[in-house]
Design a protein around this ligand. Sequence first.
Ligand code: FE2
Length: 196
Amino acid sequence: MRLRLVRALTWARGWQVSEPARVDQAFSIPVITVQVSEWATKKPQLLALVDWDDESCKKTDQFTDYYRHGDRPPYLNDFFDTLRHEVEIVAQIVRASLSVTSLWAQRYTRSQYMGPHNHGAVGYSAVLYAEYDPDAHTGTQFISPFNNFTNGQSMTYTPKVKEGDLIVFPSALLHSALPNESKKQRTIFSFNFLTE
Ligand SMILES: [Fe+2]
C-alpha cells in the first residue's frame, strides 16, 4: 500500500495523470511581463523625469522618491503618456481599465537593496526596469504566500527580465530587490493600480 502511494505521488509530480484521476491548480499567481516599445527613445525620457540628485531621497538602502511626493509625483502624467501603449496592453490582459493610485522611482547602487515587503491589498503593482543589466542584476524576487508542501521551506520566483521590461503582479504578493552586487546602478519605476 505504501509503495503504491509513493508511486502515485511520483506520477503526480511528473504530471502523468490520466483517467480516472485529475489534478487541478487550486490557486495561481499571475506575473505579467510587457516589453516597452521603442525603449531606446523612452529610456532617457523616463530617467529625465526624476531628480536623482535630491538628497532627501537618498536613503541608506536605496534612492527612493516614494516619500518625497506622496502618491502623485509631478512626473506622473509624463510617465504614463510615455507608457500609454504598454498600459493599454496590460489593460487588455486584465480586461479592465487601469486606475493608477501611486508612482515612484528607486535606484540601487552597489550593496543597496529593498527587503521583503508588499504594497498592501491595493490591486496590482508594477515594476519597470529602467536601468538594468541582466549580467549584473537580478529581477524582483517574489516570495510565495505558501511554503513547500513537503519540507516547509519558503519558495521564491524570480522572473527573467531585461531592461525596458514592465512586470505586473498582485500588490499583496511579498517581494524584494536583492542586494546589488554590481558597480552598475539598478533603477526602477514602480506603481500601483486598481482595475475598474
Ligand atoms: Fe515593491
